[in-house]
Design a protein around this ligand. Structure first.
Ligand SMILES: [Zn+2]
Ligand SMILES: [Zn+2]
Length: 180
């Protein structure tokens, strides 16, 4: 808390200085009065005031995040699975496998190939050099009915059964959101 107070005082004085500059340029006297009143209010450190202020200061960014939420849904939990498991948005009651996986370690989209598994000789360099070029990946893909071969540029899995990604702590794959 003491740290916060120090910062706040510093912020206020900078704000006063920039407010003075603003007077000359665009903002009229009334606005400055409001700004100063707001700063004085903030000094009382009422958490409610601070919260309200930050909300009204950022109407655009709030609107943006709301629109992203409206256009995309995330899997929770995130499932991967064999070739017979349906794709879609995974939930506890609808166990669908995510087809919008993204790797937070290499920042690649996770590709998947139905009825294939990865050859045992696959290694990090193979995917590093060949993702996402299917013609090159095919060299180490083995046909296996019911399996699904998943890979990003740094990790790979051959999956036969529905798997909750939380049980695989090595993977850094997340749902990249589904657009409806
Ligand atoms: Zn998903
Ligand atoms: Zn990766």
């Amino acid at each position: 808390m003491s740290l916060l107070i120090l910062h706040n005082d510093g912020f206020s004085s900078t704000f006063f200085r920039s407010a003075k500059i603003l007077t000359k340029a665009v903002v009229d006297e009334e606005d400055i009065d409001d700004i100063i009143k707001d700063i004085i209010d903030e000094k009382s450190f009422s958490p409610k005031t601070v919260k309200l202020r930050s909300k009204s200061e950022n109407p655009t960014s709030e609107g943006n995040s709301a629109s992203i939420q409206a256009h995309g849904k995330s899997c929770c939990p995130v499932y991967i699975g064999g070739s017979s498991t349906p794709h879609g948005i995974g939930t506890n009651i609808s166990q669908r496998t995510c087809d919008q996986l993204r790797c937070t370690a290499c920042d690649f989209h996770v590709s998947h190939y139905n009825d294939y598994q990865w050859d045992k000789s696959c290694d990090y360099l193979f995917f590093r050099n060949n993702m996402p070029d299917l013609s090159k990946l095919r060299v180490k893909m083995i046909k296996k009915k019911g399996s699904r071969a998943y890979a990003c540029q740094c990790s790979w899995r051959s999956i036969d059964e529905l798997t909750d990604l939380r049980t695989d702590r090595q993977l850094r794959w997340v749902c990249g959101k589904h657009v409806e």
